[in-house]
Design a protein around this ligand. Structure first.
Ligand code: A3P
Length: 375
């Protein structure tokens, strides 16, 4: 048996001849190609995997986000006090985590896949304000445009996180391909003294967008938001006045202060020409979203792709909603924190506030060349 085996092994030609070895150069080339393909797949996945939760239908429970390696810290909340919490930028004050989940900072999985090979760029356009003006609606609507890529949550770079540096800021941005615009929105920039100089030093050419809304309604909306988090705060009426008997308005209350648009705008005009700032009417964004989006697309130099075909009026929500949200085929309205019911405010106080804002509004109309019709 052993002999037979030996014979078999010894006999030349008993086994099929080994395949001819590839020349070393060819083998190296093959190895290099395989390595390149592997690296490309890995890189593409790193760019797109973060968007994969977007595959899940809106409304269905999102998979645990902590597992996603490239997920921007913006979408996650580290335990307070932990080093991660110190490093992570603040989540959007006015938009819930649920809302941010519904709006991951990436486009559709397909475009994310291609954008995986794109580049992270500093934003060329920023929605700088105003808080409660309708900034989330504008960003959500704009993201429908294939040439707009925006970070979902508010980075607060030019107010709270400036010391982290531009590299940190850029890293928060989604990848873009040539011709796509990178955007972010942080409404507090509009009232931040240092923001205009800082944005201008990043790039003088940055396009700025401000969504403005009747300052009285805006103040009530702002108060409603705070009330939803802290139900024990004093009434709107009592917070409005320094002294109710004299009728002196408390302009140090941020809800009132933010609405003095003309004053804040003066600060921006020290660094940016008025033509580089677009003022969007928060009221028209609700009554005619496509019209306002048309103006925004023109301002950004984009093809007018977002039209009235993209919107429908949702009677239950009481607001325009998207027929198809970005990266989804389903209708999409903003979350519960947008479009809250406001408390009833004493009409005398409302009138007093109207009188207070009137001169500032007039000045603002003059500066912008637009009559927003708040009076
Ligand atoms: P209210 O909740 O007081 O109604 P911001 O996103 O800047 O915080 O603004 C919030 C405001 O956006 C909401 O204030 C709401 O009036 C307004 N808004 C504009 N378009 C909207 C839309 N399509 N859906 C929901 N809210 C919208």
């Amino acid at each position: 048996m052993g002999q037979r085996l030996n014979r078999c092994l010894d006999v030349p030609g008993a086994l099929p001849p080994p395949p001819p070895l590839l020349p070393l150069r060819r083998r190296l080339l093959l190895l290099f190609i395989m390595l390149f393909l592997w690296l490309y797949m890995f890189y593409s996945c790193a760019g797109s995997c973060a968007a994969l939760p977007g595959l899940a239908p809106r409304g269905s429970p999102a998979p645990p986000r902590a597992a996603a390696p490239r997920l921007p810290a913006l979408l996650l909340r580290a335990p307070p006090g932990s080093p991660a919490a110190a490093a992570a930028p603040e989540p959007a004050e006015e938009s819930s985590l649920e809302e941010q989940r519904a709006a991951p900072d990436a486009a559709s999985p397909i475009s994310s896949f291609f954008n995986g090979s794109g580049t992270k760029r500093l934003p060329q356009a920023i929605i700088i304000g105003v808080k409660k003006g309708g900034t989330r609606a504008l960003l959500e609507f704009l993201r429908v445009h294939p040439d707009v890529r925006a970070v979902g949550a508010e980075p607060h770079f030019f107010d709270r996180n400036y010391e982290r540096g531009l590299a940190w800021y850029r890293d928060l941005m989604p990848r873009t391909l040539e011709g796509q615009i990178t955007m972010e929105k942080t409404p507090s920039y509009f009232v931040t003294k240092e923001a205009p100089a800082r944005i201008s030093s990043m790039s003088k050419g940055t396009k700025l967008i401000v969504v403005v809304r009747d300052p009285v309604t805006r103040a009530i909306s702002d108060y409603t938001q705070t009330l939803s988090k802290k139900p024990d705060i004093p009434t709107f009426e009592s917070l409005t006045f320094k002294n109710r008997t004299t009728g002196l308005i408390d302009t140090s209350w941020s809800a009132i202060q933010i609405g003095i648009y003309a004053k804040h705008l003066e600060n921006w005009l020290l660094y940016f020409p008025i033509g580089q700032i677009l003022f969007v009417s928060g009221e028209r964004l609700i009554s005619d979203p496509a019209g306002e989006l048309g103006r925004v697309q023109d301002f950004l130099g984009l093809k007018r792709i977002i039209t009235d075909k993209h919107f429908y009026f949702n009677k239950t929500k009481g607001f325009p909603c998207l027929k198809k949200a970005e990266g989804s085929s389903k209708p999409h309205c903003l979350g519960k924190t947008k479009g809250r019911t406001h408390p009833d405010i004493d009409q005398e106080v409302v009138q007093r506030l109207r009188d207070f804002y009137r001169p500032f509004n007039m000045k603002f109309y003059q500066m912008t060349g637009q009559d927003f019709g708040w009076d």
